[in-house]
Design a protein around this ligand. Sequence first.
Ligand code: CA
Length: 240
Amino acid sequence: METNALNAAVEAYAARLGRPLEAPRAVLFDMDGVLYDSMPGHARSWKKMCDSVGIDADPDEFYAYEGRTGASTINLLYRRQYGHGADDETCKRLYAIKSENFRQLGPPPLMHGAPAAVAAVKASAAVCVLVTGSGQASILERLDRDYDGAFGLRVTAHDVKHGKPDPEPYLMGMAKASAAPWQAIAVDNAPLGVESASRAGAFTIGVRTGPLPAGALIESGADIEIDSMEECAEILAQLL
Ligand code: CA
């Protein structure tokens, strides 16, 4: 990332928000596809659950739903297959099957560069906050160990009424860190997540770690779009 490009993005953010980015108090990280290289496993787990209960699905479609809560994805599948949504009990039951499929795949690998990005925050005055639509217990339990206790502050599927792309998850993450939007940086890899962070007013870094076309995250509202978490670590070191 050229320093000039980053400066231009910070200036455009100030124009978008109507005030400049201040010394950041919080860096809000999405989990799947940002901290963990877990999206291929999630897509396989969703497809396997659908096959086991007779719902038609394409394995690749789950990348497009990334950032939604499990219940939201299940409702979408139900409406398409049966013409109506799923009740709470069905959502819980099907999400449990999907979660078990995912757990059986074993722990997902850490995303390359993500530990360096988190280390850049820990070396600064800002705090890390997790903001995920996931409720996957098997991966949430690993965070403390994998990221050395950096994510004491968390917003998960269990905390929010409205998942991404609603701004609620990122606004809640900022509130937990006592950070105003202009004191917050968000890192997300999915269009719905980037939209949520951008609407919440954070300086939003879109990281294309998956199969999205170039420009897709800028289109969703990212203030800057990059290709890797290695690059994210460099940007954070410059901003913090
Ligand atoms: Ca994600």
